[in-house]
Design a protein around this ligand. Structure first.
Ligand code: MG
Length: 357
């Protein structure tokens, strides 16, 4: 089988809830759908969502990369996913969102070629994943209201964005716990918003309200700060912005900087390197989460397949598609009730794409 064409299309993401986080007012951006065609008549779809602040890519970078890859990868066997990553990595450092779009489309092709859904292709036996639902920074009272709404919708795990104002953060967590009761799991994500001693203080306050995991309390480069916090609080500390690649994961483990790694396909460059991150973490006794940027159902279907396939991935934050309007022309076969996602049994990523490229 040979790749005959790689095309891409930029799609508008229309938010339905406001979503403020500590590192930016609104990180959401449009997304790019990737189509990989082959001479065997099998077509795969993927998604490339840039993030200026996390991966350093914007829409233009990614579309340029994808246009170039159309030339570079034409004639390659799409089933040789490792080789295609080697070629992309030899040509470009970073550009992980672009690499992810191609990687996802290749797994979609591999699934269609073998007749297997991607979660099975990756060795998974369970077709279900439990995702949290995220609440952006707002007035503490408003955050508690939204928490109530999500719990009423059936979510058992809430992820609360914090990191802009410690006093408001503590108040928001207090009100949310009061609103949802003791049985709902709460985790927080500070998106690099605290400094290290402040983080220890705030996290100890959060602990009173049963916050179990804390994501990226300090800037991405501060591995030492992360270790300091980890050693001085009770919660599990998760790295997100600090870990993009398998090499970052190795460093995080060597420096004992975290307890959990948040893998995102747009940071890793797709499923193939994401599996490497998870394997490194697993060998060191660390668990992983699969998170997301603001992907449509395509990126989320891939993230859910990855999460379902690996026992060591015990956390999932795959809620972005619920925070924006459904994108016309993009259908996927997974379903969700409350936090429980049930994956498609269709070959590949279980997508039904009706878009003009
Ligand atoms: Mg995060």
């Amino acid at each position: 089988m040979k790749i005959t064409k790689i095309s891409h299309k930029t799609i508008t993401i229309e938010p339905i809830v406001s979503f403020k986080i500590a590192s930016s007012d609104d990180t959401r951006t449009d997304t790019i759908i990737v189509k990989v065609e082959t001479d065997a008549g099998v077509t795969g779809y993927g998604e490339s969502q840039p993030s200026k602040v996390v991966t350093g890519n914007n829409i233009e970078d990614v579309t340029n990369f994808l246009t170039e890859m159309d030339n570079t990868l034409k004639g390659e066997n799409p089933l040789n996913i490792g080789r295609i990553h080697e070629i992309m990595n030899r040509q470009y450092k970073g550009k992980t969102a672009g690499k992810a779009g191609i990687d996802l489309a290749l797994y979609d092709i591999l699934g269609k070629h073998t007749g297997l859904p991607v979660y099975q292709l990756l060795g998974g036996s369970s077709n279900q994943v439990e995702s949290d639902m995220t609440i952006g920074i707002d007035e503490p009272k408003e955050m508690a209201k939204l928490a109530r709404q999500y719990v009423d919708e059936g979510f058992n795990i809430l992820k609360i964005k914090v990191g802009l104002n410690a006093k408001d953060d503590i108040e928001a967590i207090r009100l949310i716990r009061e609103e949802v009761g003791p049985d709902i799991s709460l985790r927080v994500d500070a998106n690099q918003g605290y400094y290290k001693k402040q983080a220890v203080h705030v996290l100890n306050e959060f602990y009173k309200y049963g916050v179990e995991e804390v994501e990226q309390p300090v800037p991405y480069w501060d591995y030492e700060g992360m270790k300091f916090i980890k050693d001085n609080v009770t919660q599990q500390i998760m790295m997100d912005e600090s870990v993009l690649s398998p090499q970052d994961a190795f460093r995080a483990i060597k420096e004992e900087a975290c307890d959990i790694i948040n893998i995102k396909l747009m940071k890793s460059g797709g499923i193939y390197p994401a599996l490497q991150i998870n394997a490194i973490a697993q060998a060191a006794g660390l668990q992983c989460m699969v998170g997301c940027m603001s992907e449509s159902r395509i990126g989320i279907a891939a993230g859910a397949a990855l999460a379902a396939s690996q026992k060591n991935i015990t956390y999932a934050d795959l809620d972005s598609y619920r925070m924006s309007k459904e994108v016309p022309g993009i259908k996927s076969d997974f379903t969700q009730e409350g936090g429980i996602m049930t994956l498609s049994e269709k070959p590949g990523l279980g997508l039904d794409i009706d878009l003009e490229f």
